[in-house]
Ligand binder design. Structure first.
Ligand code: ASP
Length: 584
């Protein structure tokens, strides 16, 4: 028998029991005549003890074991004299009577500890060893629980999990598709789904009424800390619903996850329009753990011969509480921060509201004290606060102020990872204009319904049309997004034509959807949550990588299995993709 118990469960209630444990040699401590071994498995660590005087042969055998060897040990549970109250098994130890070496191990390239000495690259190359570390394993346990809770919550509400295909056709959903060549249909390609969007809508036409799927999706985008080329969505769709119904259902799911996984009761989620999110936070995913809202002060800055502000449509400020003590050097660093290409501002103006009530700004030459006092008043500033001001094109500057706001929150320690602030951003614009290409793109996706009261603007003022689209945002992270869909083929056609699809292309790309809409499509809408983002938020991680068992690096590589990789010329030939043909 390999084991009677796991390494995480024995305690004083098991005293004197004869047991067998199997696991990995975590640590060996040799202390003159006594050797202690920490034996580890998925469930925990149990101390084994070997006494030279009692059993010198076994003691010698124990001293020959190495880190990460796999052993099975027989022994008896005894109370420990030196207790470790940090471990559930810390009050007992096993007086071993037999060791069975099941497998030896090379010395691992990094320590299997909470804080390891292995760098990122090494950990990824030996991810199977990295996954032995309890910190990483805990994230995957959390992920498992989240999917179980999600399934049971949605199952209780009559949602049906349906699998949709992974080999589909390329559809325009914003990102680039990963494609797969078809051997049987040379010159043709499947695409991997960016989401099951069209299938879940077709399931509604089929009358499935409530669908969900925990599903892999694929997007060939440049990678960042919160993006992976393959990621998992909790994808959902419902029939006979309005926006309110979808929001309430999935607010319910989110609250349930917080309660069941973290024991937290989160209050009802506030709702904010996209327009207000931009106005007050400069972002469509505002972090509302802290205030520091954007304040418009353009009217207070004009006609004082300060060209920088006179020449732009927007001047905005944030008031940073208690930061008047920032030194000249710190302010210079903030200016450098906003001038970085990632932020892209031209400069930064400051106004210190000193503790003694005096004002000092970087534009004292242009503005009188009375002027500056008005700025401070508009910003609701108190003595001790620092006001930071930027001017430029409206949306661009709001976004730059948002970056600055987040940076200030980081510097002042306002981003408490254990404080969860959820909100819905609603009333997104339906379309987004690409000025360079001079055409409109769907802000969410081409199947999102315009608000009925805005439909009449589709032709005359497309940019003003708002959509029945919504995002769930938690602590500044877009955790989910969805919309009410069009279910009327005529309206769908109309929107596709505003998006620049000719009749023929629309038919070619979405003919099946338009056809389906002519066979009794119910009103429907849905949402998709990014599972990886949700798990990493719950786990307090900075990157989604550590809640994915085998993630890719920022170049999209799996460095452990070394993928992607070249394939044999014969394989290429068979796919109709021989190199000679490709070169042409
Ligand atoms: N398919 C959408 C997405 O992946 C979500 C939705 O509209 O339900 O973002």
């Amino acid at each position: 028998m390999y084991r009677t118990n796991t390494c995480g469960e024995l305690n004083l209630t098991n005293l004197n029991e004869k047991i067998v444990l199997s696991g990995w040699v975590h640590k060996i401590r040799k202390m003159g005549g006594m050797t202690f071994i920490d034996l580890r498995d998925r469930y925990g660590i149990t101390q084994l003890s070997f006494n030279q005087e009692v059993n010198s042969e076994l003691y010698a055998q124990a001293n020959k074991l190495g880190r990460e060897w796999v052993v099975s040990v027989e022994g008896v549970v005894k109370e420990r004299s030196n207790k470790n109250m940090d471990l559930p098994t810390g009050e007992i130890e096993i007086i071993a009577s037999k060791i069975n070496v099941l497998n030896e191990s090379k010395t691992p390239p990094f320590t299997i500890e909470t804080k390891t000495d292995g760098g990122d690259d090494l950990r990824m190359k030996y991810r199977y060893l990295d996954l032995r570390r309890s910190v990483v394993r805990k994230n995957l346990e959390l992920r498992h629980k989240m999917t179980i809770e999600t399934r049971s919550y949605l199952d209780n509400l009559n949602f049906l999990e349906v699998e949709t295909p992974v080999l589909i056709g390329s559809t325009p959903e914003g990102a680039r598709d990963f494609v797969v060549p078809s051997r049987m249909n040379k010159g043709e390609f499947y695409a991997l789904p960016q989401s099951p969007q069209l299938f879940k809508q077709l399931l509604m036409v089929s009358g499935f009424d409530r669908y969900f799927q925990i599903v892999k999706c694929f997007r060939d985008e440049d990678l960042r800390a919160d993006r992976q080329p393959e990621f998992t969505q909790i994808d959902c769709e419902m029939s006979f619903v309005e926006q309110e119904d979808v929001l309430n259902t999935f607010e319910g799911l989110t609250k349930h996850l917080f309660k069941s996984l973290k024991g937290i009761d989160v209050p009802d989620f506030p709702r904010i329009s996209y327009a207000d999110a931009m106005k007050y936070y400069g972002s469509d995913k505002p972090d509302i753990r802290f205030e520091m809202k954007l304040v418009e002060i353009k009217d207070l800055t004009t006609d004082r011969n300060f060209m920088v502000f006179d020449s732009v449509p927007y001047v905005g400020a944030i008031c940073v509480e208690g930061a008047a003590v920032y030194t000249r050097r710190q302010l210079d660093d903030l200016t450098k921060f906003v001038k970085r290409p990632q932020v892209g501002a031209k400069g930064l103006i400051y106004l210190r509201y000193n503790e003694d009530g005096s004002l000092k700004s970087s534009v004292d030459k242009f503005y009188s004290e009375a002027d500056l006092r008005k700025w401070a008043e508009r910003c609701n500033a108190k003595p001790g606060d620092l006001i930071l001001v930027m001017g430029g094109e409206t949306e661009e500057t709001q976004e730059q102020l948002s970056d600055l706001r987040l940076e200030m929150a980081s510097q002042l320690g306002l981003k408490d990872k254990n404080d969860y602030k959820c909100l819905w951003v609603v009333d997104f614009p339906l379309l987004e204009k690409d000025e360079e290409l001079d055409r409109y793109f769907a802000k969410h996706h081409p199947f999102t319904s315009p608000k009925p009261e805005d439909i009449h603007l589709l032709d005359s003022d497309p940019a003003a049309v708002r959509a029945n689209a919504y995002d769930l945002v938690i602590n500044g992270v877009e955790v989910g997004g969805g919309s009410i869909r069009m279910h009327d083929s005529e309206l769908q056609n109309n929107v596709l034509s505003v998006l620049g699809f000719s009749q023929e292309r629309a038919q070619e790309q979405f003919g099946f959807l338009m056809d389906a809409f002519q066979y009794g499509a119910p009103p429907h809408g849905g949402i998709a949550f990014g599972l990886d983002r949700l798990v990493s938020l719950f786990a307090g991680l900075d990157s989604i990588r550590d809640c994915i068992a085998f993630p890719k690096n920022t170049s999209g590589r799996d460095v452990m299995i070394d993928a992607p990789s070249r394939i044999e010329p014969e394989q290429l030939e068979e796919l109709g993709l021989s190199l000679n043909k490709l070169k042409k």
